[in-house]
Design a protein around this ligand. Structure first.
Ligand code: SF4
Ligand code: SF4
Length: 377
């Protein structure tokens, strides 16, 4: 059962807090004599104070706690879609965790396994073979919103195990079935437990990287990652029925999510109503016609030109080679774009963003009005 834990733990209290309150909500059997992989959310180089990444000191306390609970082997692994080494360096991961556990950069793995994704146009996604060596995965995610999937919690955090190409494919073709598919695949082979870190959370339409940080002082912990995410939805006032991957997981398993599952909190939900991305993400409301969905589709946009330093990072990172600097303008070739969000994620200056491109519509309306006015004269 997922448990909501209120926290204001200071750094020097973290080990005690994690062992006594967070890990105690997960069965010891998941750790004792087990090989344990801790999967934090270090998808980007952003600081934990932004609500985008988990504090490595929190992860270190989890490593220490899992060892105390009798784990045979504990490793910490992440594969950032942008640059894992840079994310590790910015977060000082090697210094903070290095002595406590081996680090795995999944993007450097050589052996991969294709896993089938049911009910999807995507047939296979790739995860590293090394993941199969573990008995338990502890998915330690930030409690944050996501512009495509509404939330990015412990189940979505497992996406960091995928190869870059698989993540790009999933984002482009079928994100929700891919998230549910990876979760089922792992659940059939190992324990997948969840710790959702909302000490500093993130709200708003621009999650998972550019939303607003919120000091929520909540951690949710439990044996079942999807139930932990259900609890997270209640905490922030996001109806779990509007999170497609949670609905798919619930429909395909025997368990039903229910508020009575939640322990540790007896007040009213939500604890805080978050500003949330719209249902249906950037595809527009699900009930709109395909044409309207195309018009209101979000795209990578070089929107805030004045902020651009022309550092070229977005051009370098783009896996589809569809960005170029033409005469001092960053141009996106939308035909080739695979909608991976990398350009917007890597831009430290906020110049490149994901947004609905309405400039052309505005221009077209202006021209129509001009023509009508001329005809009237
Ligand atoms: S990463 Fe941002 S600042 Fe750098 S060139 Fe691209 S849009 Fe401009
Ligand atoms: S333009 Fe941006 S979103 Fe599109 S493929 Fe390139 S990096 Fe990804």
């Amino acid at each position: 059962m997922p448990t909501i834990i209120r926290t204001n733990a200071q750094i020097d209290e973290l080990d005690t807090f994690v062992l006594g309150k967070v890990l105690s909500e997960i069965q010891v059997a998941s750790f004792k004599n087990k090989r344990v992989l801790i999967k934090p959310n270090w998808v980007n180089h952003l600081s934990p104070s932004t609500g985008a990444t988990v504090d490595p000191k929190f992860i270190k306390s989890i490593v220490n706690g899992v060892k105390q609970l009798g784990a045979n082997d504990v490793k910490v692994g992440e594969g950032s879609i942008i640059d894992t080494e840079r994310a590790f360096a910015s977060l000082d991961v090697n210094n903070i965790i290095g002595d406590s556990a081996d680090l795995i950069d999944f993007s450097k793995e050589k052996q991969w396994i294709d896993i089938p994704i049911n009910h999807s146009k995507i047939q296979y996604l790739r995860i590293p073979e090394i993941v199969h060596e573990f008995d338990t995965i502890v998915s330690v995610a930030k409690l944050k919103t996501h512009c495509q999937t509404r939330i990015s919690f412990t189940v979505k955090n497992l996406f960091g195990l995928l190869s870059k190409a698989s993540r790009q494919l999933a984002h482009k073709v079928d994100l929700e079935n891919s998230i549910a598919g990876i979760y089922f695949y792992l659940m059939q082979r190992m324990n997948v437990v969840g710790i959702l870190d909302g000490s500093i959370a993130m709200e708003g339409r621009n999650g998972p990287l550019k939303g607003e940080p919120v000091k929520l002082n909540v951690v949710i912990s439990g044996d079942n990652a999807s139930e932990v995410d259900y609890g997270g939805c209640l905490v922030i006032g996001c109806s779990p029925n509007t999170v497609e991957h949670l609905v798919k997981i619930e429909n395909s398993s025997n368990k039903k999510y229910d508020i009575s599952l939640i322990k540790g909190y007896e007040g009213d939900f939500p604890i805080r109503q978050f500003e949330l991305p719209p249902v249906g993400g950037w595809r527009g409301p699900l009930n709109l016609s395909p044409l309207v969905q195309i018009i209101f589709k979000k795209r990578p946009l070089w929107l805030y030109e004045d902020r651009c330093t022309f550092c070229g990072e977005c051009i370098q990172i783009c896996p589809a080679n569809c960005l170029s600097n033409i005469n001092g303008k960053i141009i996106v070739n939308n035909e080739k774009c695979v909608e991976c969000l990398c350009c917007s994620e890597v831009c430290s200056f906020g110049a490149m963003t994901y947004a609905v491109r309405l400039g052309w519509l505005h221009g077209a309306l202006k021209n129509i009005l001009k023509t009508i006015n001329k005809l009237r004269q």
